[in-house]
Design a protein around this ligand. Sequence first.
Ligand SMILES: [Zn+2]
Ligand SMILES: [Zn+2]
Length: 367
Amino acid sequence: MKHHAIERGDDERINRTASIPFVLVHFLVLLSFVTGVSRAALILFLALFWGRMFFITAGYHRYFAHRSYKLGRGMQFLMAFGGSTAAQKGPLWWASHHRGHHRYSDTDLDLHSPLKGFWWSHVGWILCDKNKDWNPDDIRDFNKFPELRFLTSHDWIGPWLVGLASYAIAGWSGLVFGFFGSTVLLWHATFLVNSLAHVMGRRRYATSDTSRNSALIAFVTLGEGWHNNHHYYQASARQGFFWWEFDVSYYILKGLSLVGLVHDLKTPPARVLAAARVRDGSFDEGMFKAHWARATQALANARSSRPHRGDDLSDADPEVAGRREQLDELIRANRTALQEHAQTALAHAEELARLSRRQQRQVGVAD
Ligand SMILES: [Zn+2]
Ligand SMILES: [Zn+2]
């Protein structure tokens, strides 16, 4: 049995039967070898990948989950519908679960922390019965729109329409490679933000989670790879905080705001950008917690892998056995003491972070 830094709950298990269609879609793409890939299918593939990526990042994520800008009701519907064509469930499901990720990042309540296992954070959590439904209380602000509730409970409409249109435009090749191919790639590119963006890359800001900034992930997700920036200041419509942090979704949103289709794009104030930098020695609570969780698990594993009393140790050296017993006792005592110290330090750090955030917000408002 594999141990993770954070153990998953008993209800956090993949439903294998219900996952079959998801797995099958991956194999469907292999039919491209039979249908071939026409020029039209290739264009469709690129358009559907990048186009739907925009609806997911700018729409589902930055608008519905984080309200980082404003839209009229028509544009709001368009964003919701566009996102629903990506076959990542409906807008209310997506955004409410994502809000949960931010509320409980990298704790046992986080739906998809890589501390619960890399594949779990990438795709396992989606294939788990526990996460099938969505809680309207987590998204009251958008739950009041009947058209969004409809799109969420009928989340098959978008993908089916795009699938049929792909077939109409470019035949079987259009459906197999253009639609299914781009859908699979779009899934895994999006999922990278939940998995790899919490594992690979650099941390600029000290946050209470393990988020990182990665140019590679930012490239395949139109700017979502600046994930440490995003966890640090979620309210921003812009996730690349500096000019070299390319953020295509934001550039498009900016363009749309110039023609009046998008309003009130929020960006971080300069003082927020300069604060909480890891390089300036800010206490990096998120990494501390992650390392601590891993160390605790490693100690627990080391203890449980040692032979137990009653196991056949007849030819073992009694001196060695005695020393093992002694070390075991010492580790147990140290672990308890360390755990207590770490909990106290973390409680203080969390309070300090809360106070700093409050101060920053007040400063931000005054700016
Ligand atoms: Zn987010
Ligand atoms: Zn995250």
